[in-house]
Design a protein around this ligand. Structure first.
Ligand code: F6R
Length: 365
């Protein structure tokens, strides 16, 4: 049942290229995204959307954070992203021109379901991104985009997250097209990169040995930091959650520009720092943040995009992400972070698939 792998999590990490392909399949026609079979919103209703709220928990919430960048960038619709347990109790401002997008692998998370019901009660249109056909979230939402990741057994979510990202890109591209925000040529260009992601994910999986080695080298540490800017910050949050969840190493993810506002005080000799620098618009800023932590003795694992020789000079180890457009990089960047958490956990001798105190599906508040 584990398909030759020792643990479900490792199997599911390796299933990501397939999950990406399956989630894309049949949704791209003549080089453009077509979601009209799943999203019943009329073109007019799509043009009338005034704001989007992404609502989810845990890893799915981190996908929503990527969603904020993606939808704002592609479709220029203002987006807020909330944790479901906060959203449901904070009396959010919802109108009939608000689209609430709930994201849930299981489709049964109590807080996400309650947020969905609250949003509908207040008149929002609700679109669900979920991995389970026929789940409560899928049944109660107005529109559903299924992520075709297949069953996810390990408690730590991996392939569900990457397929949620794919669903978000599809949604962003579809809305951009309907709202006429991008030209057909621009959209086709992005979609062609989207089509290459599964193959690039296969390449990233080949770094497994190198990641395992770095993970083993830091496994005795009790604290670790993840840094990133822009989309890399959203991915850093997910990498940090993964590590905490299964290896029980305390870690924090910071928007690298926030370092100086407190966190830098915690950087001392030999503290491991994972620094993500895949976003070209803030690359130079990231390099200076890396230099700031290096100067205080941090041991830095940097993530750079293929062809960047600049970063190597400033870090101790480097993981090279194959070249894609900045917007799509999270799909590739998160994979080594999942492997990192996995191997840190193995090294420390914990149960990867069933971390303490956690359940796969949180159906109580
Ligand atoms: C972390 C993890 C959780 C879930 C969260 C939401 O690895 O798996 O944070 O993402 O409990 O679950 P779903 O997506 O089923 O609503």
């Amino acid at each position: 049942e584990k398909g030759g792998y020792d643990r479900f999590m490792l199997k599911e990490i390796h299933e990501q290229p397939k999950a990406i392909r399956d989630t894309l399949a049949s949704r791209i026609k003549d080089g453009l995204v077509d979601l009209s079979n799943e999203v019943a919103l009329s073109p007019e209703a799509i043009r009338n959307i005034e704001k989007i709220h992404f609502v989810a928990c845990g890893t799915a919430y981190h996908a929503g954070l990527v969603g904020k960048y993606v939808l704002e960038d592609l479709a220029r619709i203002p987006v807020e992203c909330d944790v479901a347990s906060e959203y449901r109790y904070r009396d959010p401002i919802i109108t009939d021109k608000t689209l609430v997008v709930v994201i849930s692998q299981s489709g049964e998370t109590a807080d996400t379901l309650a947020a969905l019901r609250e949003a509908k009660k207040q008149g929002a249109r609700v679109l669900a991104i979920t991995n389970v056909v026929g789940s409560s979230v899928a049944r109660e939402a107005d529109d559903v985009i299924i992520t075709w990741a297949g069953p996810e057994i390990a408690v730590a979510s991996t392939k569900a997250y990457t397929s949620q990202l794919i669903a978000i890109y599809l949604l962003g591209l579809y809305f951009a097209q309907v709202r006429g925000h991008k030209s057909e040529a621009e959209l086709k260009e992005i979609i062609s990169h989207l089509g290459q992601l599964a193959g690039l994910a296969e390449q990233v999986l080949e770094y497994e040995g190198k990641i395992a080695e770095f993970a083993r080298s830091i496994a005795d540490n009790e604290h670790l930091f993840f840094l990133g800017r822009g989309l890399d910050y959203a991915v850093a949050l997910e990498g940090s959650l993964k590590l905490k969840e299964i290896s029980y190493i305390h870690s924090e993810a910071y928007a690298a520009g926030e370092l100086k506002h407190g966190t830098l005080a915690l950087i001392e000799e030999n503290i491991p720092v994972v620094a993500l620098a895949t976003q070209s618009s803030v690359f130079d800023k990231m390099v200076s943040n890396i230099q700031e932590v290096k100067a205080r003795g941090a041991k830095v694992l940097g993530f750079a995009v293929e062809g960047d020789s600049e970063l190597q000079k400033s870090v101790d180890e480097v993981i090279t992400i194959p070249k894609t457009i900045d917007l799509l990089a999270p799909v590739l960047t998160v994979i080594p972070l999942q492997l990192f958490a996995y191997y840190a956990c193995i090294q420390r001798g914990y149960d990867v698939d069933k971390p303490r105190n956690l359940a796969k599906s949180v159906t109580v508040e």
